[in-house]
Ligand binder design. Structure first.
Ligand code: MEV
Length: 449
């Protein structure tokens, strides 16, 4: 295939033409297909085109909602953007379960963000560098005033600046480690701008200092970047109820249910194989609201998993206990979210999501998001320790299988009705589908039984 230079400078149509002629055998339908996903309102499409480079079309994800979330006494209908069929249903189910038991309780423990100037200093006496840093610190605050002024007016800014010695890990390696309050913004651009200014001030000032020997008056700045690990930007979501109220209908008593549930959580606490899947379930909920509210789900994911490993072994993000007849289940998770800046004021669906949530600030969004993660985990464990996960999961997946088989609406109604009292599986679905259509069941399906 040919290499192309200046691809990003081509018009959208020319980009598509190049792709279709080089990778899609000039299929004219491919062009129509891509265009069929363009928004009919040109202004809206232009907005999407400009989010990233080389946009040729849009990629749809379902935008669902989970109503009835009672969080700290306030009701929310939560927006969720996700492709996995059972996630929204599971969140909604947990919301309803806890609605009747006092709802969810949350606490934002802190909202501190962190960034570093990573640099190398190869001088002899480290204590002299620390002495120099004491003179540098006020200059770092002062010299970044032009960047931090607005944030300070909003109540945020730089909280602290420290010099950190990392020479035991890498020769000559030091950090300027700074803590920030970025108010309602996620703060990545703000933090990175401040850090880059820090590095300029560091280089300028070290050249001038007479605290250090002339040969020591230089640093090599390796990089200036925020950390997506934000263990001090953390929120707790929690549910609690008397054990006697934790029964699953008549099928299992509250006592038996919480015993099984707490054991499942303990297994995730001690077994990384299980912890990974357990936390993945939590992130099903968290990512879907993070995406719907235009936040950076990669940052949230990376941070959550580092936090889950903070004690040296990957472990569960949720915990459960029974004390004095009360069941308690909670999630502690670092969530660096923003409700201003980034996509939040641009993407039309994101704007809609915020309106639906009552335009929360960052700390309220942290609370809601953590709750959805906890709810998701509650629903998954509730199924896992009682009926098993597949019953509900396959019921939700049934429509995907039927769409894959290109079933008509009438066929879908009949088949969904059939599975009200039968276990869904791929082969069982194909069989009933073929029976209704009066066609032969493919041998691959009969053999797989
Ligand atoms: C599936 O997306 C998520 C679960 O596997 C989570 C879990 O096992 O706890 C159901």
């Amino acid at each position: 295939m040919p290499t192309i230079k200046g691809f990003s400078k081509l018009s959208k149509e020319a980009k598509i033409e190049w792709i279709v002629s080089n990778y899609l055998e000039n299929d004219p339908e491919a062009v129509d297909f891509l265009k069929s996903y363009w928004h009919e309102d040109k202004a809206v499409q232009k907005l999407h085109d400009e989010f990233i480079e080389n946009t040729i079309s849009n990629f749809y994800l379902p935008f669902g909602v989970a109503p009835n979330f009672l969080i700290d006494g306030k009701k929310y209908c939560v927006p969720m953007a996700i492709e996995e069929s059972s996630v929204v249903a599971a969140a909604a189910k947990a919301a309803n379960f806890w609605l009747e038991r006092g709802g969810f309780h949350t606490e934002v423990i802190d909202m501190v963000k962190i960034g570093h100037v990573h640099f190398i200093w190869e001088g002899k006496d480290k204590s002299k560098l620390f002495q120099f840093f004491d003179t540098l610190k006020p200059l770092l605050f002062e010299g970044t005033n032009h960047i931090t002024r607005n944030m300070q007016q909003r109540g945020g800014g730089i909280l602290d600046i420290q010099l950190v010695d990392k020479t035991d890990k890498e020769p000559g390696y030091f950090q300027i480690m700074s803590k920030f309050d970025t108010c309602d913004s996620m703060g990545a651009n703000f933090i990175n701008s401040v850090l880059e200014e820090f590095s300029k001030i560091l280089r300028d000032e070290i050249e001038k200092t007479d605290i250090l020997e002339a040969s020591e008056r230089q640093v090599q700045v390796v990089m200036c970047i925020l950390s997506n690990y934000t263990p001090e930007c953390i929120v707790r979501a929690e549910v609690r109820a008397p054990v006697s109220l934790m029964n699953e209908g008549d099928s299992i008593s509250g006592e038996e249910f919480v015993e099984k549930f707490c054991r499942a959580v303990r297994i995730a606490e001690i077994e990384p194989y299980r912890a990974t899947t357990h936390n993945k379930g939590i992130m099903n909920g968290i990512d879907s609201i993070v995406i719907a509210t235009g936040n950076d789900f990669r940052a949230v994911e990376a941070c959550a998993h580092t936090y889950a490993s903070r004690n040296g072994q990957y472990s569960s993000l949720t915990h459960a206990e029974v004390k004095d007849g009360m069941f308690r289940f909670w999630l502690d998770i670092p969530l660096a979210l923003g409700t201003v800046g980034g996509l939040t004021n641009l993407h039309p669906m994101v704007k809609f999501a915020y309106k639906m949530l009552g335009n929360p600030g960052a700390s309220e969004l942290m609370r809601i998001t953590a709750v959805v993660g906890l709810a998701q985990n509650f629903s998954a464990l509730r199924s896992l320790v009682t009926s098993g996960i597949q019953k509900g999961h396959m019921k939700m997946h049934l429509l995907n299988i039927l769409n894959q088989l290109e079933a008509t609406e009438e066929e879908k109604v009949k088949i969904v009705d059939h599975f009200k009292d039968n276990v869904v599986s791929y082969s069982a679905t194909v069989e009933i589908f073929c029976k209704i259509r009066g066609i032969e069941v493919p041998s691959a399906v009969t053999k797989s039984k």
